[in-house]
Design a protein around this ligand. Structure first.
Ligand code: GLV
Length: 309
C-alpha cells in the first residue's frame, strides 16, 4: 500500500514531504521517480498528465489536491468506479472570499484603471461606486460561494446567489434552476462565477447569459476557464455592455502570450492564484482518508460522480 503524488508543477516534493511528515509510516512516491506501480492504492493529484492515473492497476482512490475535480473527469483513461475526493478546507474557502473581496473593492474604486492611467501619465479622476449601491451575484453556492456570499454581506453589499438546487444562506437572496436565472442576472451588478466545471456549466458565461446583466456590470471568474466563452466576453466589453472583468482562470494555463486578454484594457488578470491549497491545512484530511481507505471506512469529501463535483 502506497501513495503516489502526480502533478505537473514544482510542488511534488512539497506534497510528498508533507505527507511523510504527517505520518512517517506512509510510503509516498513522486510519479516521476522509480516506484512500484502495483503497490499504489492512492493517488494525490493536481492536474495530472492525461493517462497517468491508468498506470496503477491497484489504485483504489483518487484524491484531488484542490477543490476542483473537473480535470479528473476530463481524463477518460482514469480508472472508473473508484472514489474521488476533493479538498474542503477553511483556508481554501477563506482565501477565495478574500480574493473576491479585494477584486470587488478594486473595481468600486477603479484601482485597475488608475494603474493604467499611471503607466500612461494620465491624471483622470473617475466616479466611484458605493457598497450600498452594488448588488453582487454569485453563481455557485458551494463551500467557496457560500462563504464568499456571507463575507460580502458583512461589508454591507446586497448579495444574491444562484445555484442548481435551492440554498438558504442568511442575508443572501437565493435563486435556483434555469427559470430563476434571468431574475438573478438582471439585478446583478458584479457577477462572480464560483461554479464547478461540469458538462452542464461549461460555457455558461456566454453572450446569452452575460447580456442579461445590467449595462456596466462587472464579471469575475474565479472558477474555471471552461466556464467562459472568451470571444463573448470581449464582444460585450468592447460594446460597453460590461465595464470590465477580472479573471483568475483560463482555458489554457498559462494563458498563451497571443491571447487577446493580455492586452485588453478592461480585462484584469491574475494567474490562477485566487486560492491555493495550503499543504499544512489539507494534508491531515488526506492522511485521514488514506487511513479510512485502509480500514474500509467511508471517505470524507467524496465527489458525486454523477454530478461531477
Ligand atoms: C483551485 O482551482 C482548486 O480547485 O482548488
Amino acid at each position: 500500500m502506497a501513495i503516489v503524488v502526480i502533478r505537473q508543477d514544482n510542488k511534488i516534493e512539497l506534497w510528498k514531504n508533507a505527507l511523510q511528515k504527517a505520518d512517517n509510516s506512509l510510503k509516498v512516491y513522486s510519479y516521476l521517480e522509480d516506484h512500484p506501480k502495483d503497490e499504489i492504492t492512492m493517488a494525490v493529484t493536481w492536474k495530472h498528465p492525461t493517462g497517468t492515473l491508468a498506470n496503477y492497476p491497484n489504485l483504489k482512490f483518487i484524491a484531488s489536491a484542490g477543490a476542483g475535480v473537473d480535470y479528473i473527469f476530463e481524463d477518460d483513461s482514469r480508472p472508473k468506479n473508484i472514489p474521488i475526493t476533493r479538498i474542503v478546507d477553511p483556508f481554501l474557502a477563506g482565501d477565495m472570499s478574500e480574493h473576491v473581496l479585494a477584486v470587488i473593492f478594486a473595481h468600486l474604486k477603479n484601482l485597475n484603471v488608475y494603474k493604467l492611467d499611471q503607466v500612461a501619465n494620465v491624471w483622470g479622476p473617475k466616479e466611484y461606486l458605493r457598497i450600498k449601491d452594488v448588488t453582487v451575484g454569485i453563481l455557485g453556492l458551494g463551500e467557496l460561494g457560500a462563504l464568499t456570499a456571507t463575507d460580502l454581506t458583512k461589508f454591507g453589499f446586497k448579495v444574491q446567489g444562484w445555484s442548481r438546487s435551492k440554498k438558504n444562506i442568511e442575508g443572501v437572496a437565493t435563486f435556483s434552476g434555469a427559470n430563476e436565472q434571468q431574475e438573478f442576472l438582471k439585478t446583478t451588478d458584479v457577477l462572480v462565477c464560483l461554479l464547478p466545471l461540469t458538462t452542464a456549466t461549461e460555457g455558461i458565461l456566454n453572450k446569452a447569459l452575460l447580456s442579461q446583466l445590467p449595462k456596466n456590470s462587472y464579471v469575475i471568474n474565479v472558477a474555471r476557464g471552461g466556464h467562459l466563452v472568451d470571444e463573448d466576453l470581449i464582444e460585450l466589453l468592447d460594446a460597453n455592455h460590461l465595464s470590465g472583468a477580472c479573471l483568475d482562470v483560463y482555458h489554457t494555463e498559462p494563458l498563451p502570450k497571443s491571447h487577446p486578454f493580455w492586452n485588453h484594457k478592461k480585462v484584469h488578470m491574475t494567474p490562477h492564484y485566487a486560492s491555493v491549497s495550503d499543504t499544512n491545512s489539507v494534508i491531515p484530511q488526506m492522511v485521514e482518508n488514506y487511513k479510512r481507505l485502509n480500514s474500509g471506512e467511508k471517505l470524507q469529501n467524496l465527489v458525486d460522480s454523477d454530478k461531477g463535483y
